[in-house]
Design a protein around this ligand. Structure first.
Ligand SMILES: [Fe+2]
Ligand SMILES: [Fe+2]
Length: 253
């Protein structure tokens, strides 16, 4: 793993998946503690049931993994990005919750799941007595995470976009998927490691990918993820940073 980051030694990898597909262990940021609101949301029975159902429904439609693994990973990466950039811990906590809940709207339909998800989140957050201003930041981040119409409207929203779009990895490909027929499955399967690195000192956010080019060419990655990458660039700008990508240690953006 250490060699994979050899070309970008500065900054901290804030989240991603290892070659085995597990969430990467992240060095604790200064001041990082528990995330109580995230714990409360993770214990919310209806929210949990909906995330389980989302994953089932998306499986039925042929989409990659969207269950607790994706939810937790996006929540933690969003939290870590803001924490490592020195943002207020409360704001980082809201990003963790928005990241965790961002795909919950898929329980209704894939179409416009950002919009429906924001309203489902409203219900959950109301039950947990979250302050209206905090709800607004979470709801707007969820409602703006899709590349078709999303805009990074706040630091919370920017962190969720970056975290969500960074989660490309072979462990998201379902058993029985055809990597020959489906470009999304193929590209996800070809990504053996993915990390997002924050360099607060140089104001850069770098998505570090290890791609097995025997399975998918780098060009295929950009073919399907160009819109997402443009969205990440804007999100990074919202956070006062530049967005970069390295593939197999080589800077490509
Ligand atoms: Fe989504
Ligand atoms: Fe997502």
């Amino acid at each position: 793993m250490a060699e994979a980051h050899a070309t970008t030694p500065d900054g901290v990898p804030v989240g991603g998946r290892t070659a085995e597909g597990v969430e990467q262990e992240v060095r604790p940021a200064p001041g990082r503690a528990e995330i109580p609101l995230l714990d409360a949301v993770r214990s919310h029975e209806r929210a949990s049931a909906f995330i389980v159902a989302c994953d089932e429904f998306l499986d039925a439609q042929g989409f990659t993994e969207h269950g607790f693994r994706h939810a937790n990973l996006v929540g933690h990466i969003a939290f870590n990005v803001l924490t490592h950039l020195g943002r207020d811990p409360r704001i980082a906590e809201l990003a963790a919750v928005a990241g965790y809940l961002h795909d919950i709207g898929n329980v209704i339909s894939r179409a416009d799941h950002g919009q429906t998800g924001a309203l489902i989140a409203y219900d959950v957050l109301k039950e947990l007595d979250v302050a209206p201003a905090d709800m607004a930041l979470i709801m707007s981040a969820i409602g703006n995470h899709e590349e078709q119409y999303g805009q990074s409207v706040s630091d919370v929203s920017a962190a969720v976009i970056l975290a969500d779009k960074s989660d490309v990895h072979r462990s998201r490909v379902r058993k029985g998927a055809s990597i020959v027929m489906d470009i999304h499955d193929r590209v996800n399967y070809a990504v053996t490691q993915s990390f997002l690195r924050v360099d607060a000192e140089h104001h850069t956010l770098t998505l570090e990918l290890e791609i097995d080019t025997a399975i998918s060419q780098v060009l295929e990655y950009f073919e399907i993820f160009l819109e997402r990458m443009i969205m990440c660039r804007r999100a990074a700008q919202t956070l006062g940073c530049q967005f970069r990508i390295t593939v197999n240690g080589v800077p490509v953006l």
